[in-house]
Design a protein around this ligand. Structure first.
Ligand SMILES: [Zn+2]
Length: 215
C-alpha cells in the first residue's frame, strides 16, 4: 500500500502551515500515522514546501525508512508522541512567532479562549530545553504534552496534535492565536484562565457533542 491520499494530505497540510504564516522557509514538519499498521508518513528534512510532492514524503515503519529523502530531523519526537498517545493520528510542528515567544520565555500559554479549552484541553505547557532532533527532546515533548493537544518546546517552537491532519493544524492555529491574545492581554493587565471544571466541560462538549445534529 502506497498511501497516496494520505501522502497528498501531508503535503497539503505542510503548504497550509506555510501559507498561514506558521513557519518560514523549510522549518517545521508534518506527519500522519498509518491507518492500517504501526508507522507514519513524515515530511522530508529541509525541503521547500511549495515544490514538495507526495513522492517526497517519507514512509517510516519501525526502524525502516522508505523514501528518496531523509525524514525530518524531528522523527524521534513524532515517534515518541505516537507511542505515548494512541489517540493521536497526526502531528504538526511549527515555529510560529507568538507561540515561540512563550517557548523562549518558558511560560505556559494560558487557557483564556474557549477554543483553547475545547480543542487543546487547557494551557499549553513548555517542555524544558533539549537540542532539536535529540531523543531527550522527544521524551520531554511527549511527557509535557501529557493528555493535551499541544506542547511548547523551550527556545524552539510548538507541537500540535490531532485525530487527523486537519485537527493537528487547527491545534497549531488556535495556540498561535491564543498566544497573540495572551501577550497583548498581559500588556492590558492580564486575564483570568478557565477553571479546570470549565475546561473539562468545554472539552467534552467539543469532543462528543459539537457539530450538526443528525436528526
Ligand atoms: Zn523545530
Amino acid at each position: 500500500m502506497n498511501y497516496d491520499r494520505l501522502r497528498q494530505e501531508v503535503v497539503e497540510t505542510a503548504r497550509q502551515m506555510l501559507n498561514q504564516g506558521l513557519v518560514r522557509g523549510t522549518w517545521g514538519n508534518v506527519s500522519a500515522r498509518l491507518p492500517d499498521r504501526p508507522g507514519m508518513l513524515i515530511t522530508p528534512s529541509g525541503m521547500d514546501y511549495l515544490t514538495m510532492t507526495p513522492d517526497d514524503i517519507v514512509l517510516v515503519e519501525g526502524d525502516s525508512v522508505i523514501g528518496r529523502w531523509k525524514p525530518s530531523i524531528e522523527l524521534l519526537l513524532h515517534k515518541a508522541i505516537y507511542e505515548k498517545r494512541p489517540d493521536v493520528g497526526a502531528i504538526v510542528h511549527t515555529h510560529s512567532v507568538f507561540a515561540t515567544v512563550f517557548a523562549a520565555a518558558e511560560r505556559p500559554i494560558p487557557a483564556i479562549t474557549e477554543e483553547m479549552a475545547q480543542v487543546i484541553g487547557g494551557s499549553v505547557e513548555p517542555a524544558p530545553y533539549a537540542p532539536c532532533g535529540s531523543s531527550a527532546l522527544a521524551e520531554l515533548a511527549a511527557k509535557y504534552l501529557n493528555r493535551k493537544q499541544a506542547v511548547l518546546l523551550a527556545k524552539h517552537g510548538l507541537v500540535g496534535v490531532g485525530r487527523d491532519l486537519k485537527e493537528a493544524l487547527l491545534s497549531c492555529i488556535i495556540v498561535e492565536k491564543t498566544a497573540q491574545i495572551a501577550a497583548v492581554a498581559n500588556m492590558l493587565g492580564g486575564c483570568t484562565e478557565f477553571t479546570p471544571d470549565e475546561i473539562r466541560e468545554l472539552r467534552e462538549n467539543y469532543l462528543y457533542k459539537y457539530g450538526q445534529d443528525k436528526e
